[in-house]
Design a protein around this ligand. Structure first.
Ligand SMILES: NC(=O)C1=CN([C@@H]2O[C@H](COP(=O)(O)OP(=O)(O)OC[C@H]3O[C@@H](n4cnc5c(N)ncnc54)[C@H](OP(=O)(O)O)[C@@H]3O)[C@@H](O)[C@H]2O)C=CC1
Ligand SMILES: CC(C)=CCC[C@@H](C)[C@H]1CC[C@H]2C3=C(CC[C@]12C)[C@@]1(C)CCC(=O)[C@@H](C)[C@@H]1CC3
Length: 339
């Protein structure tokens, strides 16, 4: 049976590299690229068809940061497919990043230098904003939209006698200290990216608890440091050109500098081949690249706990019913009942 795979944020970077790798592993796979920018999505499909002429690749317009778009796309998926085997929750943003250069230079001469380069801990802040749904944009895009998508796609993911997979692109920048149950959207802090990625680690655990008995399994990966639109957006392009040789040099000393999207997609494509029952719900699967350029995946225990994960899940369910109510009210304003 051909596997049906939906990838969010598939038009560039790690998502696009994943699609290439999936087609190379299994040319029969049915890919569905769920993207916000359709021009880039078309370009991605053409690029994939160049190397895999017979591939089955569908496109869907999805702005995962918009509640309406998620609900609409989920309806479309349920119409098109009666079963979904893999849902890669990969789309992500880090808006207006600022590098703390003082911390960077201090870190360069400390014993923590490798850890700093692997996680960017203490190096990056971002400026978030409230989106049209009244949600924090980073939270809405990196976490909540994906949560809603999973909830909406439950009928095609959870089917008797069938296993399905959720695979989250998290990050080693996910940090407990950036996340708070009192502020899951990170309205007050300056590290929304780190908070949203930590929340995805917690959410994956909670999803496993709720859905494993229905044949749905969730895993989390970290792609390492990959040069993509997201990373290039952190500093001006001339800076990257200048430090690229240093980046390749650092790679000799740390296996987390995967650098290319192909390498970064290692854990995502490795998970595609694993039996879900063999995976550890407490582990984050890291894409790693050795100094000689060999790729491998490695599980590392996440700094998460069940109580926080369950409490987050409950809050997400509450928020879900609030946004659904708001959507219904908005719809009724446009089309009042009885008219
Ligand atoms: N690069 C790195 O070093 C690391 C990346 N990651 C994670 O990897 C994932 C992929 O990022 P990466 O490939 O690096 O960066 P890219 O910017 O290349 O890819 C991000 C993808 O997400 C899409 N996207 C962003 N916002 C939305 C939205 N609202 N709706 C739908 N799609 C959206 C983008 O589409 P569009 O073209 O419309 O912008 C793009 O396809 C992210 O979750 C990121 O956090 C994690 C750790 C390290
Ligand atoms: C090499 C020199 C001298 C400077 C580059 C410094 C930073 C710009 C760079 C160091 C660690 C990087 C990093 C990320 C972005 C760029 C850095 C801050 C990420 C935050 C990108 C997104 C992620 O999710 C993380 C896993 C990355 C961690 C490391």
């Amino acid at each position: 049976m051909n596997k049906v795979v939906l990838v969010t944020g598939a038009n560039s970077g790690i998502g696009l590299a994943l699609c290439e790798r999936l087609l190379a592993q299994d040319p029969q796979v049915q890919l569905c690229l769920a993207c916000r920018n359709m021009q880039r999505a078309e370009a991605a499909r053409s690029a994939l068809l160049l190397s895999h002429g017979d591939a089955r690749i569908a496109l869907l317009r999805l702005d995962v940061g918009s509640v309406r778009s998620v609900l609409k796309v989920a309806e479309e998926v349920k119409l098109r497919y009666n079963r979904l085997d893999y849902l890669y929750l990969n789309a992500g943003i880090m808006p207006n990043p600022q590098v703390d250069f003082k911390a960077l230079f201090k870190g360069l001469f400390s014993r923590n230098v490798i850890h700093m380069f692997a996680t960017a801990e203490g190096l990056l802040t971002q400026q978030d904003r409230v989106n049209a749904d009244g949600l924090q944009e980073v939270f809405a895009t990196n976490l909540f939209g994906h949560f809603l998508l999973v909830r909406e796609l439950e009928p095609v993911l959870c089917q008797p006698g069938h296993t399905a997979r959720l695979i989250w692109t998290s990050s080693s920048n996910a940090r407990r200290s950036a996340f708070s149950l009192d502020d899951i959207q990170h309205r007050k802090g300056a590290e929304p990216y780190s908070s949203s990625k930590y929340a995805s680690d917690l959410l994956s655990l909670a999803l496993n608890r709720r859905y494993n008995s229905q044949g749905l399994f969730s895993s989390v990966i970290c792609p390492g440091l990959v040069m993509t639109n997201l990373t290039y957006g952190i500093l001006p392009s001339f800076f990257w050109t200048l430090i690229m040789p240093i980046m390749w040099l650092i790679r000799v000393f740390t296996n987390t500098f995967t650098l290319t999207p192909y390498n970064g997609a290692e854990a995502l494509s490795w998970l595609f081949l694993q039996r879900p029952e063999s995976l550890d719900p407490w582990a984050k699967y890291h894409s790693l690249t050795s100094g000689l350029g060999n790729n491998y995946s490695q599980p590392r225990k996440m700094d998460i706990d069940e109580a926080t994960s369950e409490a987050l899940y409950e809050q997400l369910l509450e928020l879900e019913s609030e946004v659904r109510k708001k959507m219904r009210e908005e719809d009724e304003e446009v089309h009042p009942p009885g008219h």
